[in-house]
Design a protein around this ligand. Structure first.
Ligand SMILES: [Zn+2]
Ligand SMILES: [Zn+2]
Ligand SMILES: [Zn+2]
Length: 294
């Protein structure tokens, strides 16, 4: 009997963990200033202009979505907001902006102990079979946890993370996006990199109504933005995505936050007319430090 009373009291007194999603970076892999860029887009760097990354935290845990080259200030930022010292990482794919930050967990840097890293099978294989990443495993700086597409993973703090495959240049690993949610709470969609919406098995127009916030690939604003064949680096142009979303009601469009912007993207400038037009239609551009309740 006493045990039951103790248990009931414990449950009643347990704090309700509210999960907060925070934008920790908004740029494409190469960041800004971008190597060898002498244009105005990289002439006056802004503070906190980091590579695309979302974080979700409560008082017990901080979770990063991707380990970017800017992981040091990004992890510092989320741990300060969380007040916890515990953290975990979910990876989307093996392109430089999305996993190379793992190097900071190694012996030359933070020398962490068993940081949980969640990834898909090919990504795990890539890390386990190639240096310097396999040293992180050998020294137990990180532990790898396998994910499966479309299978939700529930963390101890109640956060639910569901990966799904998306088409992308998969040289070293598959690429996933994530549904990030909390039981009875809100749902965020995260797709920092995808080749083209038409190549995905899902219809983005049908997915938006199922989520509350959608952080999606906004790498390039329009064709011709960079002087290299843009078919080599396919992404849905923001102009194409915005055209698709024009068929959605305004309340659905208001869920859209473009993220993962290339240094060259004119929409990085809040005064850019093309950006202002999309904002007038309800869409948003993710900004560092923005928070959302799950
Ligand atoms: Zn990327
Ligand atoms: Zn630039
Ligand atoms: Zn990529």
């Amino acid at each position: 009997m006493k045990h039951w009373i103790t248990l009931a009291l414990t449950l009643a007194l347990a704090p309700i963990k509210s999960q907060t999603l925070v934008v920790l970076g908004t740029l494409q892999d190469g960041g800004s200033p971008h190597m060898n860029c002498e244009k105005s887009c990289c002439a006056s760097p802004k503070p906190n202009d980091y590579v695309a990354c979302l974080g979700v935290y409560d008082s017990t845990l901080a979770v990063l979505f991707d380990a970017t080259p800017d992981i040091v200030p990004q992890l510092g930022e989320i741990l300060e907001r969380s007040g916890s010292k515990k953290y975990a990482v979910f990876l989307t794919h093996a392109h430089m902006g999305h996993y190379t930050g793992l190097a900071h967990f190694g012996r030359e840097a933070a020398n962490t102990s068993k940081v949980p890293v969640y990834a898909m099978p090919k990504m795990i294989d890539f890390l386990a079979k190639n240096g310097p990443w396999n040293q992180l495993l050998k020294l137990q700086n990180i532990t790898l946890n396998g994910l499966e597409s479309r299978v939700p993973r529930t963390l101890k703090n109640g956060l639910i993370v569901e990966p799904f495959l998306v088409p992308h240049r998969d040289e070293f690993s598959e690429t996933v996006g994530y549904f990030i949610k909390k039981t009875g709470g809100k749902v965020a969609l995260y797709i920092p990199d995808i080749d083209k919406w038409e190549e995905w098995e899902e219809n983005i127009i049908a997915v938006i109504p199922r989520v509350d916030y959608a952080f999606i690939d906004g790498t390039f604003f329009a064709d011709g933005e960079v002087h290299r064949p843009m078919a080599e680096v396919p992404h849905p142009f923001i102009s194409e995505s915005a055209h698709l979303f024009s068929f959605l009601p305004r309340e659905e469009r208001e869920k859209i936050y473009f993220i993962h912007l290339n240094h060259s993207n004119p929409a990085r400038n809040p005064d850019f007319e093309g950006r202002k037009a999309l904002e007038a239609e309800g869409m948003h551009f993710a900004t560092f430090g923005q928070e959302f309740q799950l």
